[in-house]
Design a protein around this ligand. Structure first.
Ligand SMILES: [Zn+2]
Ligand SMILES: [Zn+2]
Length: 135
């Protein structure tokens, strides 16, 4: 399977993942907005076991947001890298760190109830007030 490379701004942290996202979408929650410094966060999720560090694993700092969620960033340049879902064993990769183009495309908006007022969603993807309903 094709591999996707990702890295932080300074280049110390390099990860590699298979081109195998289980889901991909935009999160508008205020936590993602704070952490990313952007109007919303574009993320793709896959099993934590599929995330491989090529370099710089020791430069990654984890902020424990909740029992369920750790937020990872580069301690040198501050780039937000991914969130680690401890109970679901998923990594939600911030798509902005990718150097290669994934096959998947964002397919939903979540937490649109807390989206930035100035951000107009201009696509036809499904929108969820908070989390999408469980399958
Ligand atoms: Zn960095
Ligand atoms: Zn979020």
């Amino acid at each position: 399977m094709k591999k996707l490379n990702g890295s932080c701004l300074c280049g110390k942290v390099k990860i590699q993942i298979p081109d195998d996202f289980e889901y991909m979408g935009y999160c508008h929650c205020s936590d993602c907005r704070k952490f990313s410094g952007s109007d919303y966060a574009s993320v793709g999720g896959l099993d934590s076991s599929k995330v491989e560090f090529i370099s710089g694993e020791s430069n990654v700092t984890y902020f424990s947001k909740t029992v369920e969620t750790d937020l990872a960033f580069c301690s040198l340049c501050g780039s937000s890298l991914f969130s680690k879902k401890n109970l679901a064993n998923k990594h939600n990769i911030r798509l902005g760190i990718l150097n290669d183009t994934p096959t998947a495309r964002p397919a939903f908006h979540i937490f649109v109830d807390s989206k930035a007022e100035w951000n107009n969603i201009c696509d036809d993807l499904p929108q969820f007030k908070e989390r999408p309903p469980k399958k």
